[in-house]
Design a protein around this ligand. Structure first.
Ligand SMILES: N[C@@H](CCC(=O)N[C@@H](CS)C(=O)NCC(=O)O)C(=O)O
Length: 220
C-alpha cells in the first residue's frame, strides 16, 4: 500500500485543517507542497488531481479526495480515535454548524482566487485585499462568537478538540494575518489559544511546515 499523500500548501487554511486532523490521530503521511502563489493549482497537472484547482487533495492507493471537511470526515471514520465529531446527534450537528460557519461562509470569500479577481477586475491593492478579508471575517466571527457562548468549554464545543476547532484555528490565523482586531471575540480567542497549546495544532501551523516561505512571512 502506497503512503497516503496530502497535496497542500503551508498557508492554505483548508490544508491546515487536515494537517491538524492527521496530527491529532497520529497519522504520518507524505506532504506534497503546491505553491499557490505561482498559480500552479490552476494548471492541467493539478486539475487532474482536483478539477476545482484547489488544495488540499488527499491521495491514497488511487483514491483521490478534495474538500477538507470531506477528507477530515473520511479520516475520522477510518481512524476514529480521537473522534473529531463526538457526542450525541445534536452535538455533532452543532460541531458541523460551527465548522460550516467558517468553511462555507467565511473562508471562500477570502480565497486567493477571489482576492486576485478583486485586483484584476477592480484594482484592489494589498490594503484593499486585507480590508476585504477583515470585513468578511468580522461578519462571520460575530456569529461564531455568539454560538460559542452556548457551546464552548475549553474548546469551541465542549472540552475536547473537534472539527469546529480544526476550522476555527486556521481562520483565526488568517484574521491575524490580515490585521483584524480580535478584541470583540474573546470566546474565539480563548478557544483558539486552548487548541494551539496542543502539540497537534502547533505542528500543523503554517510556520512549522517545510514549504513555509520566510520571505512571504516577512512581507505580509
Ligand atoms: N472548500 C475547500 C476550499 C479549498 C480552498 O479554497 N483552497 C485554497 C487554499 S485554502 C486554494 O487552493 N486556493 C487556491 C486559489 O484560490 O487559487 C476545502 O475546504 O478544501
Amino acid at each position: 500500500m502506497a503512503e497516503p499523500t496530502l497535496h497542500g500548501y503551508w498557508r492554505s487554511s483548508a490544508a491546515y485543517r487536515v494537517r491538524i486532523a492527521l496530527n491529532l490521530k497520529g497519522l504520518t503521511v507524505r506532504h506534497v507542497p503546491v505553491p499557490l502563489r505561482t498559480g500552479v493549482q490552476a494548471g492541467e497537472a493539478h486539475r487532474a488531481l482536483n478539477p476545482a484547482g484547489l488544495v488540499p487533495v488527499w491521495e491514497e492507493d488511487g483514491f483521490r479526495l478534495s474538500q477538507s471537511l470531506a477528507i477530515i470526515e473520511y479520516l475520522d471514520e477510518r481512524h476514529p480515535d480521537p473522534p473529531l465529531l463526538s457526542g450525541d446527534a445534536r452535538t455533532r450537528a452543532v460541531i458541523r454548524q460551527i465548522a460550516l460557519d467558517i468553511a462555507a461562509d467565511i473562508h471562500p470569500i477570502g480565497n486567493l482566487r477571489v482576492l486576485d479577481a478583486l485586483t484584476a477586475n477592480f484594482g484592489a491593492d494589498a490594503e484593499a485585499r486585507a480590508a476585504w478579508n477583515r470585513h468578511w471575517i468580522a461578519v462571520g466571527f460575530a456569529a461564531v462568537e455568539v454560538r460559542l457562548a452556548e457551546t464552548a468549554g475549553r474548546f469551541a464545543v465542549g472540552d475536547s478538540p473537534t472539527l469546529a476547532d480544526l476550522c476555527l484555528v486556521p481562520q483565526v490565523y488568517n484574521a491575524r494575518r490580515f490585521g483584524l482586531d480580535l478584541d470583540p471575540y474573546p470566546r474565539i480567542v480563548a478557544a483558539d489559544a486552548a487548541a494551539r497549546a496542543l502539540a497537534a495544532f502547533a505542528a500543523a501551523a503554517p510556520e512549522a511546515q517545510a514549504d513555509a516561505d520566510w520571505r512571504v512571512l516577512r512581507t505580509s
